[in-house]
Ligand binder design. Sequence first.
Ligand code: ADP
Length: 562
Amino acid sequence: MGAERVSTLADKLSGMFKGSVDGFAAKMQTVAGQRSVIDFLESKEPDMHGQVTALFNEFRKRDTLTKIIELLDTQKRSLLRLGDEALKLKVNIDSMAHRTAGQISFLSVGRFVSYKGSIYFPTLTPVTDKNKTIGYVIDWQLLNVTQQAIDQVDQLMGGNGRLYFGNDDAGFWTDLRKPVEKPAVDLSKLQQSAQYTGANGEAVIGSLRKIPGSKWLMLVELSSASFLKTANVFLQWVIVIGILLVIAGSIGGWVMVRNITGPIKELSNAAAQIANGDYSASVGVNRQDELGTLAGSFNIMAARVRSAQRGLEQKVQATTKELETAISDITEKEKSERKKDEFISIASHELKTPLTTIKAFFQIAVKEMDPGFKSFGLIGRAARQLTRMERLIEDLLDVSKINSGKMKYNLEDFDFQQILKDAIDGVREIYPNHNLVLEGSAPVMFHGDKHRIEQVIINLINNAVKYSPKADQVLISAGYKDGNIMVTIRDFGIGIAEEHISELFDRFYRIDVEHHFQGLGLGLFISSEIIKRHGGNISVESEVGRGSAFTFRLPVKEEQLN
Ligand code: ADP
């Protein structure tokens, strides 16, 4: 680092002194370029001699450091020499000439010469006319560096350096004040910079430069110790600054981490809280950057989740309440249904026994009574009412059997057509004034409970008669197609409104609320159960005021009972 610094310093200073050399040359050029000088060299006329002398004197007056100014011809003969006579100084012009690309040029400033305790140096300026050298102006100057200039250079070198000038043959050295000893170092090593022991015995780093345009060498020396000191101070500073930077970096890092991970931690805690079902979570990050936006969005989301959750809870509560009510309604309904079923079962059984006895008594009474007896007719009517009552009780018993799954079916093969006819005949006996017409036939052997099937047919024909108060015709059509027995009982009675049809086969369902027609609303329920148990189905088509048509289908080949 020190070597580099010395080298850089040497470069700077040599540049600076080259400027001085150029300045000397330029100054002399103003003299050498004078017409009178040229003319004198061309003509050598004695008249001109006076003019040139006047010019040189004028120049010396202005430039007090110029001790000798001399004009030479191309043969290096002195044509004019003004100044200190005692100074026997001579320039070796040839040593200052050098050839480049066939052209001869000259260095401006020559070697130092020490004479009687003072140091002098020459400036050589060729006089040219039409690009031809016609003579030379030599100016010998006293090396007189002012204290101010020395101070400036010292300052430039940081107070720890020394500057030496020497001739390019290294035969003379000066510290710009006085001649000094040749530096104790191999100068060829100082092209860059090198360490050695300086004049006062301390270690120095030096760097040597040739001053362009002159025969001067310049040596810059800086004390190594000062470097070490500077380097140590610098190192200390580097360490202190480094530590400060590390601390600042760590604090910055910590602040940054806190700044970023803090809010993220808060966010993740809040998210975990929500995930655990605590919807009250929110994040208190109040900042303007992306994290602030994220926290804001999170809080909005959390609020929405909260309100959605609250809404859901309310809905769930309401629905649960509705469900509870509905369930309790259903259980209530089921309870009352069960009670009703129990009652029907008990009542029908209880009624059946006395009725059977009464019926038996009536049969005896009718048998033993004289038909001429006044009340005989009444007894007959009472017997019919008993039969009706018996049928009602049978229906009730059937319903309770269906409900408890205890309905028994006595299966056998029977002639369906025969059963159909028997049923129609049975009803005809009860309703002799009605016209029951059988159309078509279903002469197939059917496997099932013939009494139950007959019960269905009778039931449907009974209804057809019962709900046709103003019509007396009932059409019964039977047929067999594709393995199915199809029977339709059609009447021309009051008909059934559309809205009742879906519930018609439910138990106890009656359209006739005012009870113009007798009945419990059980016949269709029992009939559809019987048909279903035989694998078939029952349906109705009806029009109010025009009549109804009940159709049931029974599959023949399939296994009907399940
Ligand atoms: P009910 O003993 O009342 O006749 P059903 O179960 O046999 O009971 O019939 C249920 C209801 O269906 C009846 O109350 C009646 O309103 C209606 N209904 C049944 N058959 C017919 C029909 N052929 N014409 C009109 N209405 C009918």
